[in-house]
Design a protein around this ligand. Structure first.
Ligand SMILES: [Zn+2]
Length: 103
């Protein structure tokens, strides 16, 4: 059920130019969670993240968790990958620098 996006990507790129050799090879870079997610002041603020399934990448920081895809939503400013184990956020790009998470 996952990775409809990569299917689409493959289709598009094979139509125009030769396909990126490896769609699955993503470059992950850690993001500051304070930048990615709105942190509300006040004690009643409970942050609820909607995730959209696991991706194949393993967290590069703790090497434990499968990263989860988090798309933009109420308190999330940009799509990113999230590790629930160490609570880190990562940006994902293709090897050529194109953002991998924009839809
Ligand atoms: Zn982690």
């Amino acid at each position: 059920m996952n990775l409809q996006a990569s299917e689409k990507h493959t289709h598009l790129s094979s139509a125009s130019r030769r396909q990126h050799q490896d769609v699955d090879c993503l470059v992950l870079s850690e993001l500051n969670p304070l930048v990615v997610v709105d942190h509300l002041d006040g004690e009643q603020a409970t942050l609820t993240l909607l995730t959209f399934g696991n991706v194949r990448e393993i967290c590069p920081k703790c090497q434990q968790g499968n990263l989860k895809l988090v798309l933009r939503q109420t308190s999330v400013r940009m799509a990113h990958l999230f590790c629930a184990d160490c609570e880190s956020c990562f940006d994902a790009r293709y090897a050529d620098g194109a953002p991998a998470l924009t839809i």
